[in-house]
Design a protein around this ligand. Sequence first.
Ligand code: IMP
Ligand code: MG
Length: 212
Amino acid sequence: MRASDCPDEIRQILLTQEEIHERIAELSRDIERDYEGRLPLLVGVLKGAVMVVSDLARELRIDVEMDWMAVSSYGSGTESSGVVRIMKDLDTDLSGRDVLIVEDIIDSGLTLTWLAQNLASRGAASIEICTLLRKPSRLKTDLAVKYIGFDVPNEFVVGYGLDYDERFRNLRDVVVLKPEVFGATAADVSDVIEPARKVFKPGLPQAGFSAG
Ligand code: IMP
Ligand code: MG
């Protein structure tokens, strides 16, 4: 599904599938270099990371293995609390493995902080994190994330695996929805939603929106 297939519901396209694929190719070159001579285990966090893992794994020019976890984070409303329950665990024994956790988006970072500690306790040789998106203004932990696709403004985004109420996961682009889709009017959300602006590759000067 392309953004043009749901024009009434989308406010702005933040990232096109072409921009996503180009960035995943760049991250893949870094990952190939860093894991040369090793066999990393990509751990995808269900369900949001399905598209990222699928594109990343096929872009990589080294052997990888893949496994999946599903976790649910207790929290009030859309805020995660850092208290996490494993809904589906890995099939793979992690002892001595080089684990690369792959996520769709890091918001507070609390879920991944918990997950990285949990996987580390299983005897992995190394644990790193790759995320397509990060909301830097929302981070609540000093989680070390080695591979980051894009920093995005503090807005609710969907597409490319990310959902709103299970919808829009099969959208090829990453988009911001119109407030009406959440059952709100534009006036209701004008205080909490900043105007959508361009996203940035981490490390580049971030003119356009300020964190915090
Ligand atoms: P965290 O523990 O606050 O980092 O929560 C991260 C999880 O919240 C992600 O894996 C997503 O499932 C969900 N999430 C956070 N922000 C968004 C968003 O903008 N769109 C869709 N899901 C989101
Ligand atoms: Mg997720």
